[in-house]
Design a protein around this ligand. Structure first.
Ligand code: MEV
Length: 359
């Protein structure tokens, strides 16, 4: 039997801008996991997940027709990851077989609440990793990223795949996404092996070393929102405000690149300054698009953190979920933890997860 895990993620900076080719974000892998097991079966296979089996498949109407919204349901990411990894295996003349694939997730809390730790990305990565071992494909970390990213694109086309990069590489990463349109065009005429061998324009994944004095705190405010829906809303409402949106992209890129510099120079104060700057930029984006990113609860989380010398912002798409705080190791965190709890903000006891080895 094969058993592999992939960690969840949290965005530190660069959200929304990172869905556009070449605009950077900083993302971190956290020690909550999706685990996939694969066991050989005879004649018929199965896919099982306790967490996801009761998840509703949402639907909407387009021109009156019922259309499934498959983007929030992890089963579709599992199926896409299987289909693409098996396509690659066939290209390598490997005989396909039957198996029972089982998924367990720590990224969803026990009562089914999502913490916004990126379960769909982690599930795609864990599935590709599991089949990589099951079929002895010998895929590199970068190739696993690329297959999981292709699986992600097959289900939803508006994400950056930053969650997948964090889940594949672990630790802190600087990430910018590839040209999605270019990849879709390539996909129509190329094999998976050919796609893996190509340089994907715009794609960059760089591991960051963290300053010793840097400490990351995470608070959860509940009421998660759909990331894909929020990205859709931002994209719809930017149409008639392109100049302001372009300015946001430029400012976000400058801010995140300065933050990356802060990591390289072990400068916690500079990283904190850029966290605050990025929070402002996301507020500007909300003003441009009318999409609420920093909810009143996230605002409370950030304001309390600022009172105790932390630099804070929403993490990910916002609209609920998590906020992150960067503090200097030397400042005490207990008063902030108590203040959060009084304000019904849940401190999440997560740690940064560093990859043990290349799987
Ligand atoms: C959501 O976790 C972060 C966004 O930038 C979307 C994405 O990168 O796919 C809003």
């Amino acid at each position: 039997m094969v058993e592999v895990s992939a960690p969840g993620k949290l965005y530190i900076a660069g959200e929304y801008a990172v869905v556009e080719t070449g605009h950077p974000a900083i993302i971190v892998a956290v020690d909550q996991f999706v685990t996939v097991t694969v066991e050989a079966a005879r004649k018929v296979g199965s896919i099982q997940s306790a967490q996801y089996s009761e998840m509703p498949v949402r639907w909407t109407r387009r021109k009156g027709e019922l259309v499934l919204d498959i983007r929030e349901n992890p089963f579709h990411y599992i199926l896409a990851a299987i289909r693409l990894t098996e396509k690659y295996a066939q290209e390598k003349n490997i005989l396909l077989s039957f198996y029972d694939l089982k998924v367990t997730s720590e990224l969803d809390s026990s009562n089914g609440r999502k913490y916004g730790l990126g379960s769909s990305g982690a599930v795609a990565v864990a599935t590709v990793r599991a089949l990589n071992q099951f079929y002895a494909l010998n895929l590199s970390q970068f190739e696993i990223f690329k297959i999981a990213a292709l699986a992600n694109l097959a289900v939803q086309d508006n994400g950056s795949c930053g969650d997948i990069a964090a889940s594949c590489y672990g630790g802190w990463i600087a990430f910018s996404t590839f040209d999605h349109q270019w990849l879709k065009e390539q996909e129509s005429s190329k094999t998976i092996s050919e796609l893996l061998a190509l340089d994907w324009p715009g794609l960059s994944i760089e591991s960051l070393h963290t300053p010793e004095d840097l400490r990351l705190l995470i608070g959860w405010t509940g009421s998660p929102a759909s990331t894909s829906d929020l990205v859709d809303q931002v994209h719809r409402s930017r149409e008639d405000k392109m100049a302001a949106y372009q300015q946001f992209l430029e400012d976000s890129t400058l801010c995140v690149n300065t933050m990356i510099q802060g990591f390289k120079e072990n400068d916690v104060a500079l990283i904190q300054e850029m966290i605050r700057k990025n929070r402002e930029l996301l507020r500007d984006l909300s003003a441009i698009t009318g999409v609420l990113i920093e909810t009143p609860a996230l605002n409370k989380l950030c304001c309390l953190a600022e009172q105790f010398e932390g630099a804070a912002k929403s993490s990910g798409a916002g609209g609920g979920d998590c906020g992150i705080v960067i503090v200097d190791q030397k400042s005490g965190i207990l008063p902030l933890m108590s203040a959060w709890e009084e304000a019904e903000i849940t401190p999440l006891p997560l740690h940064v997860y560093h990859q043990q080895k290349e799987d």
